[in-house]
Design a protein around this ligand. Structure first.
Ligand SMILES: Cc1ncc(COP(=O)(O)O)c(C=O)c1O
Length: 495
């Protein structure tokens, strides 16, 4: 029985786009087009061609025209025809030299560190493949056809509804689907809010320290220690960042002055590790209200709290003064590129306009999969499982340090996927170097310090304990203990 084009598509392996507009009749045109496809390498040796009937229907020609064309090309040696395996491109049909397509090779793997203790990524080997696949399959099966239409810049409503419920329950966020805009993570949110830099914005800016083409403008207060990558994005957008010193209660928001916004990591200061004190949470909202400005809340790892109930989002105090931003980068994978913003009403339209036409939208199937993942409870189960795993790792790190390097204080371990190891003053740089010699990748605190802060510097290491796979973790901790400086002196600081 003749196979249908659709059913055999996976074995056919090539979709044929043939132009039959040349003169000389359809049969001759088809022969020329097929010959050219083989010669140029567009149809690789061994590729199975569509059955007569399917190709005829596709091209709007008679079935016999296709049969004749195939027969001619078999006679010429371009194709082979065998009972039961259809018509294929002949193995010896050599494409033109210049058109040879070399098979796509995996890029050469950069030799990674022996022990990866950099902060930033969850355990990639723990991605919940089975549960994600189940969500993806359900999402695809249930999706009405309109899903594959033009789409919505805000993101799929199913996901925005699922997030509204989840964020209220797990993070104390006061959201509603109309205030949520799906994006591809925190970095993308920053770009949407502050622009890409370079062009004059609707307020006529375009340079200086305010930024130009964004929804928001600088100067923006940021924590004195934070991710340089994010400061870099803001600088590119033309936004000046003003460092806010930290102490044991988090960012010193009482020092905020005339900045036009503040970016904070209130649940778990990045990277030093403490939560923003309750009095400061209230104070920063008061400041934003008084100044008519906004707090950007980066809730990058709010789900991972080990000592007590999660610290709720500051956004819950005043949804009109806080832009809440989250992503799956720590909870699932930074490679999914899925995140969300919960916006004060006044910014929604401008952010949607900034999203532009489609190219920066997240894939609709990923959005629907995440919606299913949330609603089915798979997200909660995954986070719970990972929380237990990371807590065990944290405990192992703390125990190993207590045994092998009791003079090194560990801080910021109540939450998150990394810890800060305080080192004796003056030893950070040499320790990072010694670690590199031993194949251990990690960062010193200095890598996160705002270049303009005048706050007293602290020597320390930022140790990500989530990144290694389960079997590699023990060796990484042992290696780390082996490079820590000896000494009696504890690092002292105000952080
Ligand atoms: C401080 C901080 N904020 C936000 C994020 C999330 O970034 P993104 O959503 O762009 O992957 C990270 C990294 O995962 C981070 O370290």
């Amino acid at each position: 029985m003749e196979e249908s084009w659709v059913n055999s598509a996976e074995r056919i392996g090539a979709d044929l786009h043939l132009e039959l507009s040349e003169p000389g009749g359809r049969r001759a045109a088809l022969i020329r087009a097929l010959r050219e496809a083989v010669r140029s390498g567009r149809l690789a040796p061994g590729t199975r061609l569509p059955p007569y009937r399917s190709l005829a229907a596709d091209l709007g020609v008679a079935r016999n025209t296709v049969a004749d064309a195939y027969a001619e090309l078999v006679a010429e040696g371009w194709l082979t025809a065998r009972q039961g395996s259809g018509t294929r491109v002949a193995d010896r049909a050599e494409p033109l030299r210049h058109a040879v397509r070399t098979p796509i090779k995996a890029p050469p793997r950069a030799r990674g560190p022996l022990h990866d203790l950099r902060q930033g990524a969850p355990d990639a080997s723990a991605f919940p493949r089975t549960a994600w696949l189940a969500s993806y399959r359900r999402a695809l099966q249930r999706a009405p056809s309109e899903v594959f239409g033009p789409g919505d810049p805000a993101g799929r409503r199913e996901l925005r509804e699922a997030l509204t419920e989840y964020l209220a329950r797990a993070r104390g966020v006061r959201a509603e689907p109309e205030r949520i805009v799906i994006c591809s993570g925190f970095a993308h949110a920053l770009r949407l809010l502050f622009g890409q830099g370079g062009s004059a914005g609707r307020n006529g800016g375009g340079g200086g320290d305010v930024g130009g083409d964004g929804v928001l403008h600088g100067p923006l207060a940021v924590e004195a220690y934070g991710l340089g990558f994010h400061r870099g994005l803001l600088a590119t957008a033309g936004v000046r960042t003003v460092p806010l010193p930290l102490d044991a209660d988090g960012a010193r928001v009482g020092l905020l002055e005339r900045e036009r916004g503040v970016l904070l990591t209130p649940a778990h200061q990045f990277p030093t590790g403490g939560p923003l004190h309750a009095s400061r949470r209230a104070a920063v909202i008061d400041w934003a209200r008084a100044r008519g400005t906004v707090v950007l809340e980066d809730d990058y790892d709010g789900e991972f709290r080990y000592d007590r109930k999660p610290v709720g989002a500051v956004q819950g105090l005043d949804p009109e003064r806080v832009i809440y931003i989250g992503s799956v980068s720590k909870s699932l994978s930074p490679a999914l590129r899925l995140g969300w913003m919960v916006l004060p009403e006044q910014y929604v339209d401008d952010v949607l306009a900034a999203k532009g036409e489609r190219e920066a939208w997240a894939s609709v199937l990923d959005q629907l999969s995440l919606a299913d993942f949330l609603v089915s409870g798979a997200y909660d189960r995954h986070v719970r499982r990972m929380r237990q795993r990371y807590r065990r790792r944290r405990d192992r790190l703390v125990e190993a340090l207590a045994e092998h390097a009791p003079h090194v204080e560990v801080t910021g371990v109540a939450a998150g996927l990394h810890a800060v190891l305080r080192l004796p003053p003056g030893t950070e740089r040499s320790t990072v170097k010694a670690a590199a010699w031993q194949g251990i990748a990690l960062d010193g605190l200095a890598a996160f310090r705002h270049p303009e802060t005048t706050m007293e510097s602290v020597d320390g290491l930022v140790v990500g304990y989530a990144t290694p796979s389960e079997h590699a973790y023990g060796a990484a901790v042992d290696a780390l203990c082996g490079v820590l400086p000896s000494g009696e002196q504890r690092g002292t600081s105000t952080v």
